[in-house]
Ligand binder design. Structure first.
Ligand code: HAM
Length: 415
């Protein structure tokens, strides 16, 4: 094979694309019912935008960005996530005024130099949304409620909704010290470089895959005990509204998220069908992001769902939608009948039918084989006799039943 898709990327093939369309349609219909409007941002942005917002100690910035200089010497990066670009655009185009709430949604590729495995890619895709401008706990609850509904509407009900609060910077500083103190017995054995990483961002310990760290942290202090009073009230209010809305969730003090822009509420939805990459989505509140890129303080909250991961989980349920089948497969038995067949096909398409027309003059047998392969429910057949009478034969390809009808009277009866 001379060329293959680059490592960590994949093609969405014709027999899979309908599932992507189903997911994107399900998402767009749902978010639009809450008043979100679509935004599309470029595939690359100034590198500095991501360094500023995701944080210069985050894995995304330190290890995963696809950064390059263009021929004009600009430092650019393929977007590793969709929130910072959406907020850059919000600010650049003044999409909201102070005190107003703006609701944005998007579907986007993201690029991260990760070790590829099932559910983890170097080009992945997300659907996501940002609720910009509201400090209310009702905003956090709206985003979480909508997220749970999205997975339910897709057909995924067996999911865990994990919600936490990481407070404000003071709470996180106090908690970091407590966490490092608690983990000190295992941290002593760390190589200096690994230890320096921990000291830079101790919260990453909570995502550690090292067995000794996991064991040590089993009884680590909970960040919920370090929250500022207003963060504690906010978190309680979010939980109360979620309960009112009938959303089942679990408080999960170990969820801290890998991007640095969050404060207060953070959450993930996990599925048992995903193996190691169990997060279907991640989100949270990010009140400081807009100010960090030169905008006014603008409390905001959002979420992004991994499209590939949601589809893996959906396929595991066995309920993923089937590929759509054509309604009709058109067959002309001789070259002269092709014109009438095209008229018949056009008539049916005008009525909303999916019609595939065989283009190559060949035997009835090979055209019928092609009709079977296409999955069409019925065949349209026109030969010399039908042409002379201005008719078409409609044959049900499952039962073999057929009837002839004048082309101007042809009507589509949806399956
Ligand atoms: P994130 O947790 O980095 O958050 O990504 C969200 C979701 O995207 C993950 O839960 C996962 O489903 C999917 N995902 C991320 N990286 C990959 C990958 N390499 N391969 C496959 N799927 C992946 C964000 O991106 C934030 N911008 C979410 C957000 C929006 N926060 C506020 N607003």
């Amino acid at each position: 094979m001379p060329y293959q898709a680059p490592r960590g990327t994949h093609d969405v093939l014709p027999n899979e694309a309908h599932r992507w369309q189903f997911l994107e349609r399900t998402f767009a219909t749902l978010v639009e019912s809450y008043g979100y409007q679509e935004i599309r941002t470029p595939a690359f942005e100034d590198t500095e935008l991501f360094v500023r917002t995701s944080g210069d100690t985050s894995e995304v910035v330190t290890k995963q960005m696809y950064s390059f200089q263009d021929k004009g010497g600009r430092d650019l990066t393929l977007k590793p996530e969709g929130t910072a670009p959406a907020m850059r655009s919000f600010l650049e185009h003044r999409l909201g005024q102070p005190g107003q709430t703006t609701r944005l949604w998007y579907t986007t590729p993201i690029f991260r130099y990760e070790r590829p495995q099932k559910g983890r890619y170097r080009q992945a895709h997300q659907v996501g949304l940002e609720l910009v401008g509201s400090p209310s706990p009702a905003a956090d609850a709206e985003v979480i409620d909508l997220t749970v509904r999205f997975f339910r509407n897709l057909g995924l009900s067996d999911v865990r909704v994990l919600v936490n609060s990481i407070g404000r910077s003071g709470a996180r500083a106090a908690y970091r010290d407590a966490l490092v103190a608690h983990a000190e017995p295992v941290l002593r054995d760390f190589e200096p470089e690994a230890r320096a990483q921990v000291d830079k961002n101790p919260l990453r310990l909570l995502d550690s895959k090292i067995p000794a760290v996991i064991e040590c942290l089993a009884d680590a202090p909970s960040i919920l005990n370090y929250l500022e009073p207003e963060s504690a009230v906010h978190f309680d209010d979010v939980c109360t509204i979620l309960t009112e809305l009938g959303v089942s969730f679990e408080p999960a003090p170990h969820i801290v998220r890998g991007l640095d822009y969050y404060n207060d509420t953070v959450f993930e939805v996990q599925s048992g069908d995903l193996g190691a990459q169990s997060s279907l989505c991640g989100g949270g509140r990010y009140d400081g992001l807009l100010a960090s890129i030169g905008g006014p303080a603008t409390p905001s909250v959002g979420v992004a769902m991994g499209i590939e991961r949601a589809l893996i989980a959906l396929e595991a349920t066995g309920k993923a939608p089937e590929a759509p089948r054509p309604d009709y497969y058109g067959i002309a038995l001789d070259v002269e009948s092709a014109s009438l067949l095209r008229q018949a096909a056009a008539r049916l398409r005008d009525q909303g039918a999916q019609v595939v027309v065989d283009l190559d003059p060949r035997s009835l047998k090979s055209q019928l084989k092609a009709a079977d392969r296409s999955g069409a429910r019925s065949a349209l057949l026109i030969g010399e006799t039908e042409r002379a009478a201005g008719q078409v034969i409609v044959r049900n390809l499952t039962t073999g039943e057929q009837f002839a009808v004048a082309v101007p009277n042809l009507t589509h009866a949806p399956a």
